[in-house]
Design a protein. Structure first.
Length: 507
């Protein structure tokens, strides 16, 4: 018996377990389905996409996306200690003040500032240690194209262009495991179990008593019991999946899989929002990360923590408004001094650069559903990309492609560009560009909202992150975030966990 059982050792779970175990009178069990974070490619920043499809990734794909040529989009999710913070691109950008207009009272920009401040010592926002010359040229070309330099991409107004702040220290990935969990694991009141696939909640008379899980490869279930609270921190995909498997969700969805309804909660799995990306790939006549694995670069990284392998690949970002009247930026442009091809699942084919366009405030809304009542089956992830009625999401992406092309066409970046590879120089009219969107758009790995927090009765969790209708159960991860930030989701998820720790201490 533990006081608190936390399911999922990702960006939220590691933070929460570390914070709660600071109180020696509180016993905490942290369960993670994946293994320890010992693979070398976890440590090498530039190698993050090599982890896609590996044993450290759940290996998810979306349901066929009607607006994307019925493609099943690659959808990486970390299955390892540290969760997606151990396989992501390490971009530490929290968003814009206006993002919090969609959050409930108590979660405004100023309200959450102390929680962000508490993360300072544990979640670094380092400057790029060895940015590519091409990245510095991108910054200049973006300024020439009309995008001003940003003083700080993490300021309340993040509009402008700058080098990406990264969660990297001394040239190596610095995940939430490194920042929070590793030291906390020495505490006798914190138990961390890896290889523990949680299959369902143990709910007795609408109170969460614990969880059932499968250790290792065994088919046998074990149980872990909590005297105070169970916390789901399995992320925006697997937290709603666990709620549904446990009979908490829309009755029609549960009945479809012959799962008894414990608590009717219509919004579980709904309100899925994700950043969709597309962009321009160009060949260049300069050295890029295509050569990052040459022996001299490997030795530089191993001995000094320097060189191109310290790159997070997405080395610079620009936040811009396509509509002057917008409350904040609605388009992000991400620069990588390498070709990011086939959703990052293949090595770059030659020297080149990528400027990705990202819809920051998508209007398309999807959902997460069960594919089966078998807890080992992957859920159905259906983001419904580019299905918003007014086609605003596609319009933002097309504007992003145009602006990316403009940046590539002006000095100093233009002098290195030898030709556009995608969409290709012939793709000039709207039909050709829309075809490119359908064929090449991909996730930026930022799902949120599937257990939305709010004061309204339709919200899955209350503003103090308690699941409506179930005592002793909270959700603490990106699934509670009601709307996507005009930034990235890793640091905001850390903030949610920091704030949750404070809420749970005041019982």
């Amino acid at each position: 018996m533990y006081h608190v059982v936390v399911v999922g050792a990702g960006s939220a779970g590691c933070v929460l377990a570390a914070r709660l175990s600071e109180d020696p009178s509180t016993s905490v069990l942290l369960l993670e389905a994946g293994p320890r974070d010992r693979k070398l490619n976890v440590r090498v920043p530039a190698a993050f996409s090599k982890l896609f499809g590996s044993p450290l990734d759940w290996g998810y794909r979306t349901a066929p996306q009607a607006a994307l040529d019925d493609r099943r989009v690659v959808f990486p999710r970390g299955r390892v200690l540290g969760g997606s913070s151990s396989i992501n691109a390490m971009m530490a950008i929290r968003g814009h003040r206006a993002d919090h207009d969609a959050w409930p009272p108590g979660w405004g920009w100023d309200d959450v500032a102390p929680a962000y401040a508490r993360s300072d010592a544990h979640f670094p926002r380092a400057t790029q240690r060895h940015p590519s010359r091409l990245t510095l040229d991108f910054l200049e070309s973006a300024a020439t194209a009309g995008i001003p330099a940003a003083r700080d991409l993490n300021a309340a107004d993040n509009e402008g262009v700058g080098l990406t702040p990264v969660s990297i220290r001394r040239g190596r990935r610095h995940s939430v495991v490194d920042g929070y969990l590793r030291a906390a694991m020495r505490r006798p009141n914190l138990t961390v179990v890896t290889g523990a696939h949680v299959t369902r909640l143990l709910v007795d008379r609408v109170k969460a008593r614990g969880v059932a899980y499968r250790p290792g490869e065994t088919a046998n279930e074990e149980e872990a019991h909590a005297s105070r609270e169970v916390v789901l921190a399995a992320g925006a995909i697997d937290t709603p999946k666990l709620l549904l498997l446990s009979g908490i969700g829309p009755p029609d969805e549960l009945e479809r899989h012959d799962i008894a309804v414990e608590v009717a909660s219509a919004a579980v799995g709904k309100n899925l929002k994700d950043h969709l990306a597309n962009g321009v790939l160009a060949a260049v006549d300069a050295e890029t990360l295509f050569t990052a694995e040459r022996l001299r670069h490997v030795l530089a990284w191993l001995t000094l923590g320097r060189g191109p392998l310290t790159s997070n690949v997405a080395e610079a970002a620009a936040f811009v408004r396509t509509e002057p009247s917008a409350a904040g930026p609605d388009l992000e442009l991400i620069f990588a001094p390498v070709l990011f091809e086939e959703e990052g699942t293949v090595p770059p084919s030659q020297d080149g650069v990528t400027i990705a366009a990202v819809v920051l405030q998508p209007r398309s809304v999807g959902e997460v559903r069960l594919s089966s009542s078998d807890p080992l089956h992957a859920p159905e992830i259906d983001p419904c990309y580019l299905t918003d009625p007014g086609d605003r999401d596609a319009a933002v992406l097309l504007e992003g492609i145009r602006r990316a092309r403009r940046i590539l066409s002006v000095e100093p970046l233009a002098r290195h560009v030898s030709g556009e590879l995608l969409p290709g120089a012939d793709a000039t009219d709207d039909d050709a560009l829309h075809a490119h969107l359908r064929a090449r758009s991909q996730t930026l790995y930022h799902p949120v909202g599937t257990c939305r927090m709010g004061e309204d009765q339709d919200a899955v969790v209350t503003p103090d992150l308690r699941v409506r209708g179930v005592d002793g159960l909270r959700v603490v991860d990106a699934s509670v975030i009601p709307a996507l930030p005009r930034g990235h989701t890793n640091w905001p998820t850390v903030m949610v966990a920091e704030r949750a720790a404070e809420l749970m201490r005041v019982r």
